[in-house]
Write a protein that binds this ligand. Structure first.
Ligand code: NAD
Length: 355
């Protein structure tokens, strides 16, 4: 009789064939962290560390599994020689201290460069600087610490390129003049995206739960909507730039648009039902991990020690063509755009695993 349990940790890891999961524990400091390495076939796994007060440890594990897999796809599609990884520190940010962050950095260092970290939700630039004191395997550092600085500019530029490519696919022209675009979340990325859109005379509507971030756009020619009325109008493009999961069965009952293309990671609530609903509603979905790669392109250049901002932006501009390739693949193979992007990302990883 087999002693194997269903739903075991290994079953979860096997689902998407993760290479290695590292559980980091220091009870004195209250540190509980998980480093997820999905793939190192194309190169070292790169991806940020997120701190979050998960309801259960299992939710933290699931998040790190999803996020690290998405990083593999993102790097692969962007044409980078880097793999996919991500880390989560489980707990309320109140427990975060210099000691805890540095202890976590030691765990990263133990991996000898298999995983390189960067900034993600609830981790600050100061945290990265502390990490740097304990390990060299950290990217996304400020310029004065040898990095390329805030990656939200390349990320916003990549999303802008992706939107233009998608608009061209539908209308034959990539001009955004008079296109109605909703930017959901005007934080670091969303605000920069708004500026690109306004430069092209798009009709921009924004929504954010943080009024301070909306105020940073005061004086600009934009319309502001509340979260309650966000989907009351029709748009050419909706650009989710807040948190993940906003494209779901409930929101899709209200959403009226031609294109969804934004920066937020893991926008789709699930990978099966939601892409089908999008297709049925004739909404062109541009996968997040395809168009929000500007940030990884930037930190990858730090990882290979090529501190050249122009190269980062030139490579980010290629997202325009990559969107076009994914849309063509999706049409040629009768797949959803999400499935096509995943297929193309996996193909490149598979091709390299034979070498
Ligand atoms: P940010 O924290 O600066 O901005 C997020 C904004 O979304 C904030 O203004 C917040 O108030 C707002 N928001 C949160 N919930 C909302 C809601 N329900 N409705 C409307 N607004 C809401 O983050 P950012 O750096 O601008 O990143 C935006 C998204 O893009 C995130 O999902 C991030 O993971 C992803 N992303 C960022 C980068 C990068 O380089 N910064 C790279 C890749 C992906």
């Amino acid at each position: 009789m087999s002693n194997h349990q269903n739903n075991s940790v290994f079953e979860k890891i096997n689902g998407d064939n993760h290479e290695q999961i590292v559980f980091c524990n220091d009870s004195t400091l209250g540190l509980k962290a998980i480093i997820g390495i999905h793939s190192t076939v194309l190169g070292p796994a790169i991806g940020g560390t997120r701190m979050w007060d998960y309801v259960t440890d299992e939710k933290g594990l699931q998040d790190v599994l999803n996020l690290s897999k998405a990083m593999s796809y993102k790097s692969s599609l962007a044409g980078l020689n880097s793999g996919g990884g991500k880390a989560v520190i489980i707990g309320n940010t109140k427990i975060k201290s210099e000691k805890l962050v540095k202890r976590f950095a030691n765990f990263i260092n133990d991996l000898g460069g298999k995983y390189w970290t960067a900034q993600d939700v609830n981790m600050s630039t100061q945290d990265l600087i502390w990490i740097k004191e304990k390990t060299k395997y950290v990217v996304g550092l400020p310029k004065e610490h040898g990095g390329l600085g805030d990656s939200s500019s390349p990320t916003a530029f990549g999303v802008y390129m992706g939107i233009k490519s998608a608009v061209k696919h539908i209308s034959g022209s990539d001009s955004l003049t008079d296109k109605k675009v909703l930017v959901q979340g005007v934080g670091n990325v969303g605000r920069k995206l708004v500026n690109h859109l306004l430069d092209e005379n798009a009709k921009v509507t924004v929504c954010d739960i943080n009024t301070n971030n909306i105020e940073l756009l005061s004086g600009k020619n934009i319309t502001v909507v509340s979260p309650e009325e966000i989907y009351d109008s029709n748009y050419n493009v909706i650009s989710p730039c807040a948190l993940g999961g906003t494209v779901n069965i409930n929101s899709l009952e209200k959403i009226n648009c031609e294109i969804i293309a934004g920066a937020a990671n893991n926008q789709l609530e699930d990978d099966e039902l939601v892409p089908d609903i999008l297709q049925k509603k004739n909404i062109l979905y541009i996968p997040d991990f395809l168009i929000n790669a500007g940030g990884i392109i930037s930190v990858y250049h730090e990882q290979i020690n090529d501190i050249d901002y122009k190269k980062v932006m030139d490579m980010t501009e290629l997202i325009y063509d990559k969107v076009n390739s994914v849309l063509k693949h999706s049409e040629d193979n009768s797949l959803t755009t999400n499935a096509s992007a995943i297929r193309l990302a996996k193909d490149r990883i598979k091709e390299n695993s034979k070498k």
